[in-house]
Design a protein around this ligand. Structure first.
Ligand SMILES: [Zn+2]
Length: 229
């Protein structure tokens, strides 16, 4: 006799349950695949369910040590549901820049600076990415060099994260064309001088406009890790 199986279209709930089950069976990689399907299948209007799926997705990502992606997922989850697991896990894992917390504050500064500068560089390119290993290597060297000069200048001593962020955001580097056509030329100022009166300084420490109750710098104004871009 022919066996008939119920062929139901998998629902968001199905993917969510499957993801949580795989997570509890210590298969975070499979859990991530299921939970991503759940996130895609949940309508944005179902904010509680979406927050829950994003939360479990971040737990799975943390198990695989994918911290930047986990933080990205948690940042969205805690915005949808401002009290609960997601908000607590988010705050436990981020630093003052809204990035994955490092072992010390110098590393927090270093990651914020380098990721911001890389994002600026890529943002000026139409492809939005490095076109060659040589290009990436050259850009990273310039950024690292700028970081060394900045940290050695003593400018950052005694400043809070939002003041440092303001300096990072204003510091524009000059990149050569890397032998590419002129369309790839990216001109930016190199500036180590005293920064002008600024707008981001206030904004980073102030409560975010979105109503999350978090400082802007840890909410909509957080520094994105390159992996999130
Ligand atoms: Zn916000």
């Amino acid at each position: 006799m022919e066996r008939t199986e119920r062929q139901e279209k998998p629902t968001a709930t199905y993917f969510l349950r499957r993801g949580i089950r795989e997570l509890s069976s210590h298969r975070p990689d499979r859990a991530i695949a299921s939970l991503r399907q759940a996130v895609d299948a949940i309508p944005p209007s179902c904010s509680d369910e979406l927050s829950q799926a994003l939360y479990w997705l971040s737990v799975a990502l943390l198990r695989l040590d994918e911290r930047p992606l986990a933080i990205k997922s948690l940042a969205s989850a805690q915005k949808l549901r401002r009290r609960g697991h997601a908000r607590r896990l988010y705050l436990r894992n981020i630093n003052e820049y809204g990035m994955p917390r490092q072992v010390n504050s110098s590393l927090d500064d270093f990651y914020a600076f380098t990721n911001l500068q890389i994002a600026y560089y890529l943002g000026k390119k139409s492809s939005n990415r490095f076109d060659s290993f040589q290009e990436k290597d050259a850009v990273l060297r310039l950024i690292l060099d700028a970081w060394k000069r900045l940290s050695a200048s003593g400018q950052l001593a005694g400043l809070g994260a939002c003041e440092k962020l303001d300096i990072f955001r204003k510091m524009k580097l000059h990149y050569p064309s890397f032998g590419l056509s002129n369309t790839h030329r990216v001109f930016v100022r190199a500036s180590f001088g005293p920064s002008r009166p600024n707008s981001t300084l206030k904004k980073a420490a102030e409560r975010c406009n979105c109503g999350s109750g978090l400082p802007y710098g840890q909410c909509c104004g957080r520094v994105q890790h390159l992996k999130e871009l």
